[in-house]
Design a protein around this ligand. Structure first.
Ligand SMILES: [Cu+2]
Length: 167
């Protein structure tokens, strides 16, 4: 887990373009977004039930936006379980299947049926390979339906993907 050399990206911030938020406001906005997410359909495209596998070579979760941008999640804890802190490796590709490198990736999670967010604030801390991102600090603290929203900001724009799954 990261030392001083780990590049810390900005905390989760739903409104990416409002980059002048103070850290405190970012946390507040995270909390707000966690509450608003279930009733804010504009940011969420249609989604399908993602795949959950124990196989190391197969993504634990995956989702493709209508634009063709795709996120695959490889969890250090596979299959996913509650109450265990772990990390995810995200593999992001564009519509042509090319890795999306250099993106500013943030993640907001929560339980839409319970109106609460994650017990932690996961952060992307590293990009170990082109289009791959390390998300540290993932923990789900109760069984039920969870959503993870990925905000992927590149020079060509910001894209949002939602992955929903049951634990
Ligand atoms: Cu809950």
């Amino acid at each position: 887990m990261g030392g001083d050399s780990v590049r810390r990206l900005r905390p989760v911030c739903y409104h990416y373009r409002m980059s002048t938020y103070t850290p405190t406001l970012s946390i507040l906005s995270l909390l707000l977004v966690s509450f608003l997410a279930p009733i804010a359909p504009s940011g969420f495209g249609p989604f399908t039930q993602p795949l959950i596998h124990a196989n190391e070579e197969t993504a634990d979760l995956q989702q493709t936006a209508t634009s063709g941008t795709s996120v695959r999640v490889y969890s250090s804890l596979s299959p996913l379980q509650i109450n265990q802190l772990h990390s995810w490796r995200l593999a992001i590709t564009d519509a042509q299947g090319n890795p999306v490198s250099g993106a500013d990736v943030s993640v907001v999670g929560g339980m839409p049926e319970h109106d609460h967010g994650l017990p932690t604030q996961p952060l992307v801390t590293d990009s170990p390979a082109p289009g791959h991102y390390t998300l540290q600090g993932v923990r789900f603290h109760m069984p039920g339906k969870w959503q993870m929203e990925f905000v992927i900001a590149t020079e060509s724009g910001t894209e949002t993907l939602l992955i929903e799954f049951e634990l």
